[in-house]
Design a protein around this ligand. Structure first.
Ligand SMILES: NC(=O)CCC(=O)C(=O)O
Length: 261
């Protein structure tokens, strides 16, 4: 069955997990009815936004509340959830962590943002991850990335050279760099001949106006769905066989010459 993927482009309430849990539950419930989604994707730091100076108070202890919350929704609606990311407080500090939950409500894996974004002060408040973000959903080889990560093509290639076919990107990407967002996502899809599912946030916080423009792009670089700057959802049905087709039409993975790079 071809997955139907919905990105929820949320206007995150700054520093207020209670409000954000409530609005995510409402948005998922309504997307299930209107979009018939099988996979839901949320944006970056959706419980707190970039309220980094209050993380001690509002970060989620080992992601426990987030995992419980997403598991219940995943099971109730029989959906996989690529759970954006949340501020995850653990014994070594706070990470910007994505949780993947399957449609039985089971925790699959987590990925913590590798590249911290200094322009938004992440390096003062967060610690970077160390592990790759590979996982499988319904037999599809997937990988998770968080916002600034998309500026590092070598990090993305480290996943696609291990077989990733669908890249999930979750973000809080500001409006002044909207042209970078679109060009980088299209480039990552075309150069890796894979699906890119990118969920950004909408709205603003005390320091930034965000770009929206969540996008779902196929392995040929065709945009299947794109949001505008407002809160909302986008949905597309994907066919993972298209990855193999494009990779056999222009076989860049066979033609690479890493000994020269
Ligand atoms: N939240 C982020 O990582 C933002 C990255 C960003 O804005 C960029 O230009 O890169």
């Amino acid at each position: 069955m071809n997955p139907v993927i919905t990105c929820i482009q949320l206007d995150i309430k700054y520093g207020d997990p209670t409000v954000n849990y409530k609005q995510v539950e409402e948005k998922i419930t309504s997307a299930i009815k209107s979009e018939k989604s099988t996979i839901i994707v949320l944006p970056e730091l959706w419980t707190t936004g970039y309220d980094l100076t209050r993380l001690d108070e509002i970060a989620d202890e080992d992601g426990k509340d987030t995992i419980t919350f997403l598991s219940q929704l995943a099971k109730k609606y029989n959906i996989h959830i690529v759970g954006g990311s949340v501020a995850n407080k653990h014994k070594n500090g706070v990470s910007n962590t994505m949780y993947i939950i399957n449609n039985k409500g089971e925790f699959i894996t987590e990925y913590s943002k590798l590249h911290l974004f200094k322009l938004m002060d992440e390096h003062h408040h967060l610690i970077g991850g160390t592990e790759k973000g590979l996982f499988e959903l319904d037999g599809m080889k997937c990988a998770g990335f968080i916002c600034y990560d998309i500026r590092f093509p070598e990090w993305i290639r480290a996943h696609t050279s291990l077989g990733a076919e669908v890249l999930f990107v979750v973000a809080e990407w500001p409006l002044p760099r909207l042209n970078h967002w679109k060009a980088l996502l299209l480039s990552r899809a075309i150069e890796n001949q894979c699906y890119v599912v990118a969920c950004n946030r909408a709205g603003s916080d005390p320091n930034n106006v965000f770009a929206g423009h969540s996008m779902i792009i196929d392995p040929w670089g065709t945009i299947l769905a794109e949001a505008n700057e407002d809160p909302g959802v986008i949905t597309a049905k994907i066919d993972v066989d298209k990855v193999k087709q494009v990779r056999s039409q222009i076989p860049i993975f066979d033609d690479r010459l890493p000994e020269y790079y």
